[in-house]
Design a protein around this ligand. Sequence first.
Ligand code: SF4
Length: 339
Amino acid sequence: MESFLGVEDYAKYPFLPESISYALRRNPNLSVDKIDSIEIMGFEPKVVLDVTRKRLITGIKSGVSPKLDDVHHEISLVSFIISMIAVRFIDDQVVYSRFAIAEARRSEGYLLEEIEKNPRGKDVAKVIFEKVSNVKLNQLDQGFLIPLSDFIKFSVKGETSWKLVNRWVYMGNVYVKHNELAHMFREISMKSIIERINKMPKPAVKGSLLELIKEIEEAKPRPRTIAYTGKMPPCIEFQMNQLKQGVNIPHSARFLLATYLINIGWNPEDIVELFRTAPDFNEKITKYQVMQISGAKGSGTKYMVPSCEKLLTLNLCKRDETCDNIKNPLQYGRFKKRT
Ligand code: SF4
């Protein structure tokens, strides 16, 4: 099955182990100190660096890396490796996450395109998914079957449609639609890219790549610091720390944070600011959602904070001795925000 994938697939899914092995095999001289002089397929180093710049700046700013369909596959692939070197040098978990989700979304787009448009697409999607996740799938006409334990591991926590009671389960396997498989693929790919960057030694960068890194530093999200007094409940503090580290927290955790902070009196602008370090941050969508939760948009109803019991079932409760016997995070204490 190895020959099943070609260089075009490697360029679409550059974080697969065989994509990286292929690029390194084809460019044995590719190293940090040779980036200013490396030629790929006869193209000058500047061409490779320009593609890398486009890939990184677009990805970090918009949250989706460009497809680069007009770029030679080999250059596209090498630009991913140079991008990882640049991101590793920056050494900031928010940039890692932002880059990883932008790349994962780019590849998710390709995966869905394969399934919908390409006659061999479902076979390719199955192989790619299995390679990135180590999970064996069974292909059906309108979806895939995934082993129950893997479904539980990779499902979207806290979303009703992903709960097992709402799923068709057949002989230890769970049915997932194509778009659901693509969603799992995005999350798994993102984690795999972050893991790969974390394992890389910090490179000694110089020359043009260092210049490019300065541009990326400029493009990275810069949230305003929100200061507050008092101690937050452990479940809230945990999610706020996760956000600070650029972790892609689930929707249920975002809902918890937004409802809690609105109910203790934060203004919506400060809450939007808090979400700025989320890897998939989109200012317009976040603003709308926070306003809706506050009751200023939509039905006009201000949403309540989920109970501790409900948060426990969503795996969001981080109870410690300070929680006593409270029934809702709002009972934890009174918090006054200062700007
Ligand atoms: S007991 Fe309630 S307030 Fe405490 S961590 Fe759990 S959900 Fe949060």
